[in-house]
Design a protein around this ligand. Structure first.
Ligand SMILES: C[S@@+](CC[C@H](N)C(=O)[O-])C[C@H]1O[C@@H](n2cnc3c(N)ncnc32)[C@H](O)[C@@H]1O
Length: 254
């Protein structure tokens, strides 16, 4: 898979991955992994569907609401105090709910400023959904009634994110395990994806994320994700799930 598709399955936790892969074989009526590989090679789009099944895309707006209040009340005001334009990355963004949540807050805090908001995921199909910006009631359960009416349009049971928010986010495919990272980010959200990775892959990811941040920038991780060696990476733990970059790589090594 690595050679044919650049997919690093070794970096995912083995038991979990095996369960999902076996589930996929059963669902597709395939006798084994060799048959699966042959199917992927022979059918166009089969790889994308496979990846779509393999990845767990659960997401929602303002996931862990208390953390988002801290982001809005403390972290973002601190960043916006020092800079006119922020460079932000929602890594492993899934259906875009996370990136759009951030765009909503930025629109409220700085209505007339433009920021760079990149959102990436390995899964092309979920990125297409993210670009469409159509959500069910579950995904917006933490969105206040005021925000719902200001930033969403209603179509039957669906909630569609309005164009003014949609156009603030650029979506792009990116694999956190094998592709290079850009640098100079003021804020990176990388939430609820490292939980699927092995410890070695988590360590490597955290180190690359820390290097991608600008000094004074923040990393926002998922509810159960902890960075144990944050000091070695030049980070400071400022609040639950928030780390601030206080030292450059060169300063840490001194
Ligand atoms: C559970 S969702 C998290 C979504 C969002 N960050 C949140 O916290 O609600 C995990 C996402 O990670 C993506 N993912 C899995 N492996 C990845 C990789 N190697 N590189 C980039 N994204 C990956 C999946 O496609 C999925 O959309």
């Amino acid at each position: 898979m690595r050679r044919a598709y650049g997919l690093d399955l070794n970096s995912y936790k083995e038991n979990q991955l095996r369960r999902r892969l076996t589930g996929y074989l059963a669902r597709q009526n395939l006798p084994g992994f060799a048959a699966l590989f042959a199917r992927l090679q022979s059918e166009r789009k089969a790889y994308e569907d496979f990846l779509d099944f393999l990845t767990i895309n659960v997401s929602e707006f303002f996931r862990d609401p208390a953390r988002w209040v801290e982001l809005q009340k403390q972290i973002l005001p601190e960043l916006l105090d020092g800079k006119q334009t922020l460079k932000i990355w929602s890594a492993a963004c899934s259906n875009g709910a996370e990136a759009y949540s951030l765009a909503i807050i930025l629109k409220e805090l700085t209505p007339s400023r433009r920021h760079h908001l990149l959102a990436t995921d390995i899964d092309k199909n979920i990125l297409e959904q993210a670009r469409q910006g159509v959500y069910n009631a579950d995904a917006v359960r933490h969105v206040s009634p005021e925000r719902l009416s200001r930033f969403f349009e209603r179509a039957g049971n669906s909630f569609i994110i309005k164009e003014e928010i949609k156009k603030m986010v650029a979506f792009r495919q990116h694999d956190l395990l094998i592709q290079p990272f850009e640098s100079g980010y003021d804020l990176i959200l990388c939430r609820n994806v490292s939980i699927y990775f092995t410890r070695a892959a988590q360590d490597q990811l955290n180190s690359k994320l820390a290097q991608s941040l600008t000094k004074g920038g923040f990393l926002f991780v998922g509810g159960s994700e902890m960075i144990f060696n944050y000091k070695e990476l030049g980070l400071e733990r400022v609040k639950t799930n928030f780390y601030k970059k206080i030292k450059d790589f060169q300063e840490v090594r001194k």
